[in-house]
Design a protein. Structure first.
Length: 179
């Protein structure tokens, strides 16, 4: 009987951690939502990501874009995730890959990594893109490509866009460069 109680306590603690992690990110930042592997692959292809380049994923969730960048494109990848549970999942999934680094930090602290990124991948709400638009475009080089899945920056116009399928729906991917 004591083993059942221990398992139940562990389950409940895990459940509380999961719920609080999602509440934290939803209330203070952006709710965690997956993107499909196809949409990520299409976005990185639109960005022209090449072997040896560096991808920065702001709001990397479980690290799917980081893994695809390293595995399929031969790129180095850096991810920022503020929500504890997706961050831990990303760390576990990318543990053995030396090309991938994941930080549990607010993306507002990413200026150094923004400056060294060749491509930046975003799947963030319009309200967040509005808040970080100046931070990104004030810190990127002229060669840096920024791709945003489904949502647009309010002040900058995309130089290209394509359709992709994400979570069962057709959506757009927008490509930006510093003007």
């Amino acid at each position: 009987m004591i083993y059942f109680d221990i398992i139940l306590i562990i389950f409940l603690l895990g459940f509380i951690f999961w719920v609080s992690s999602h509440l934290f990110s939803t209330i203070f930042h952006v709710p965690y939502v997956n993107s499909s592997d196809q949409a990520i692959h299409d976005a990185l292809k639109l960005a022209g990501l090449k072997k040896g380049e560096t991808l920065l994923d702001l709001g990397c969730g479980r690290g799917d874009a980081l893994i695809i960048a390293a595995r399929d494109f031969g790129a180095k990848a850096i991810g920022y995730e503020i929500s504890p549970l997706p961050y831990l999942l990303a760390r576990v999934k990318t543990f053995a890959n030396p090309k991938i680094k994941v930080y549990c930090r607010d993306l507002k602290k990413a200026n150094v990594d923004i400056k060294k990124a060749d491509s930046i991948y975003l799947y963030l709400l319009n309200s967040v893109l509005d808040k970080i638009e100046d931070q990104i475009f004030n810190n990127v080089d002229d060669h840096t490509r920024v791709v945003s899945l489904a949502f647009k920056f309010p002040k900058h116009q995309p130089i290209n866009s394509i359709s992709t399928k994400n979570l069962g729906r057709v959506t757009q991917i927008y490509l930006y460069k510093k003007v």
